[in-house]
Each structure stands twice: as C-alpha cells, then as structure tokens.
Design a protein around this ligand. Structure first.
Ligand SMILES: C[S@@+](CC[C@H](N)C(=O)[O-])C[C@H]1O[C@@H](n2cnc3c(N)ncnc32)[C@H](O)[C@@H]1O
Length: 222
C-alpha cells in the first residue's frame, strides 16, 4: 500500500471510528463537487475532519485558482488566499487531530503564499491565517455540538463558528454563530439551503459577536 496509513491504533478505531480516507478517494469525492471546490469563497464544513484529508484537498484546489487568477498581483493574491482559508471549517473530537489539521492547512497555505508573494509576504498576514484556522478548525463533538475537554468529554461551551467576509476593500468582518443555530437555520423543514451561513436566515441580531478589522489584523479580536 502507498501513502500514509489509514489508521493509528485499534483503540482509536474502536473508540472514535478513526479511519482516514485515502487520497484517491478524497480526490474522487471532491471531484463530485468540483466547481464548488474551485470557488474561492465557497464554504465547506467537515464535522469529523480528522487531520484534514478533505479540507487540505479543498484548500489546495482553491489556492490553485487564487494563483491562476491573482498570481501576478501580490496584494490581490494575499487577500483572496486569506478568503480561501477563511471559508473552510472542520470539527474533530480529538485534539491531536485538530492540531495536526490546523498545522497542515497552515503549511499548505504558507507554502503557496511564500512562493507567490515572495518578498511581499507579511508575517502579520501569516498570523491572521493561523488565527482564522484556529477558529475554523474546532475541537468538539459534532453530535452534541459542544466543545470537548482534553479527554474528549463534552464541556458546557457550545461550538461557535465565525463567518468571515470582506465588506469593503481590506476590511474583513467576522460574525460568530453557535453551530446549533446554524444547523437550525439550515434545517430541511425550514426550507434552508445547505449553506453554512445563510445570510437570509441569520438576520441582524442573531450572531453572538461581530468584529470588523483589516484582514491582516483579525487576530487582534481574540
Ligand atoms: C472515519 S474518521 C474520518 C477522518 C477524515 N474525515 C478522513 O476522511 O480522513 C472519523 C473522524 O471523526 C472523529 N470523530 C469521531 N466522533 C466524533 C464526534 N462525535 N464529533 C467530532 N468528531 C468525531 C474521529 O476522531 C475521526 O478523526
């Protein structure tokens, strides 16, 4: 067999159903929604993301599009590469998977960013992307919608996701919603589309918090 192992231990398979998807299947499944994987701002959420096999493939595809469209303009590239990273979400119940997923996503992002923007790269933007990934890839229980502690047990804290969007020029808005509320807004009996943040169904006032800042400084609203 080639590629990385699909399991880490019998115990993890038994307790958490942890079997990683092989690269070939990941690519084939992403091809089923190819157009969406190549739309820079289309939002993806994987509720059992492991170390990010699907999320890494989606980020790679989005960044290829960003490079193709904006590769000649470092500023436009940077902004759109941030947008690509900010639209990808994951949950896993195991902290080591979450850490590995965030690291992997950042490395993919940073490799591309460094190759395209070269001397124009900003460490502040790198920190912004690390922060976005830390909010988007969450350690939690996707069944109870709660954050979990270091033993994988539910806490009282709800899983919260941030919706990131550019509002004008370089200003980025972050709105925080509980996962529970997002799912309720997307329930089939409410006629909801399967979109993570449904603007029409999340009118003003439903989010928990809203922040607006330059996209390079989103990490200052911690
Ligand atoms: C079958 S693996 C899939 C991992 C990854 N999506 C992939 O395809 O390679 C299932 C993952 O779900 C996680 N998991 C199990 N129960 C969960 C729960 N209640 N909430 C969130 N994640 C969970 C496990 O830790 C494991 O990483």
């Amino acid at each position: 067999m080639t590629g990385k192992s699909q399991t880490k231990s019998k115990e993890r398979v038994r307790e958490h159903g942890e079997v990683f998807t092989a690269e070939r299947e990941v690519k084939a499944m992403c091809d089923l929604v190819k157009d969406e994987t190549e739309r820079i701002d289309s939002r993806f959420l994987e509720p059992a993301c492991g170390d990010g096999n699907f999320l890494a493939e989606i980020l790679t595809r989005k960044l290829a599009v960003v490079r193709k469209k904006y590769g000649k303009s470092p500023l436009d590239y940077e902004k759109n590469a941030v947008l690509a990273a900010s639209s990808i979400y994951g949950v896993d119940i195991l902290q080591d998977n979450v850490d590995a997923c965030r690291k992997r996503m950042f490395e993919i992002w940073n490799k591309e960013y460094s190759a395209v923007c070269k001397k124009e790269c900003s460490d502040q933007t790198r920190d912004a992307v690390r922060f976005i990934l830390s909010r988007n890839i969450v350690c939690g229980n996707a069944l109870t919608l709660k954050c979990v502690d270091e033993n994988g047990n539910d806490t009282d804290e709800p899983i919260v996701f941030s919706e990131w969007s550019f509002i004008t020029g370089s200003s980025m808005q972050r709105c925080d919603y509980t996962f529970e509320e997002l799912l309720a807004d997307n329930a089939p009996d409410k006629g909801g589309q399967q979109s993570l943040f449904n603007q029409e169904k999340n009118p003003e006032g439903k989010f928990l918090k809203r922040y607006i800042s330059h996209y390079r400084r989103v990490q200052e609203n911690d």
